[in-house]
Ligand binder design. Structure first.
Ligand code: GAR
Length: 217
């Protein structure tokens, strides 16, 4: 099967973008990262993508002000011009309109730093720590019009430590993000996932060890 043509949308440093680019170097990976687009001029991830030999584009959102659809039309034109088949949001800090989401329905993924549906929105690590949860993590999901919702493709969990700060916890969660995003894209690009009644099914999931926190020794 031909490798699927993927664009990654970023706004910042692009560490998830880098994880996807690295994964796509494998010969058997079912996706090619062909384009990285930032809505912020000079975003750190752009230079990293160029260094990796990936074409980059900047479609600035700022000049469009509150006209989100006008910005998205330009973004969409860029994606279509590059024959993009799948879009990965990776720290892309723009709310998307239902119009744009519709264009990429079932073909756009996002990564969120929490175990959805817990902690939608911002400051997920601060809120998890304030609630005293013992397990936290990250989620890759298909994008739907409602923010941080949509069929879940993959989740990864980490233990929360007594002395965690938002910073230490974010480092641990980010490590999981960098593992699950490439794996989730592999599933979607290879056609191993299917949507059933709004839920994502993968089948034949290998058994994983239970994560119990705190573990009593
Ligand atoms: C990541 O932690 C990602 O999960 C988060 O932004 C960070 C981007 O980092 N995304 C969101 O909060 C979206 N709701 P990166 O630029 O290094 O990949």
């Amino acid at each position: 099967m031909a490798r699927r043509r993927v664009a990654i949308l970023i706004s910042g440093r692009g560490s998830n973008m880098t994880a996807l680019i690295e994964a796509a170097k494998a010969k058997d990976y079912p996706a090619d990262i062909v384009l990285v687009i930032s809505n912020i001029a000079g975003a750190g991830g752009l230079a990293k993508a160029s260094d990796a030999g990936i074409e980059t584009a900047t479609v600035e959102s700022k000049p469009f002000g509150k006209d989100r659809e006008a910005f998205e039309r330009k973004l969409n034109e860029t994606l279509v011009a590059h024959n993009i088949e799948l879009v990965c949001l990776a720290g892309f800090l723009r709310l998307l309109t239902p119009w744009f989401v519709k264009q990429w329905e079932g073909r756009m993924l996002n990564i969120h730093p929490a175990l959805l549906p817990s902690y939608r929105g911002l400051h997920t690590h601060e809120r998890a720590l304030a609630d005293g949860v013992k397990i936290h993590g990250a989620t890759v999901h298909f994008v739907v019009p409602e923010m941080d919702s949509g069929p879940i493709v993959m989740q990864g969990a980490v233990a929360v430590h007594d002395d965690d700060t938002p910073d230490t916890l974010s480092v641990r969660v980010l490590g999981v993000e960098h593992r699950i995003y490439p794996d989730a894209l592999r599933l979607v690009a290879s056609g191993s996932t299917r949507l059933e009644n709004g839920l994502c099914k993968t089948g034949n999931a290998a058994p994983a060890a239970a994560l119990i926190v705190p573990a009593i020794t």
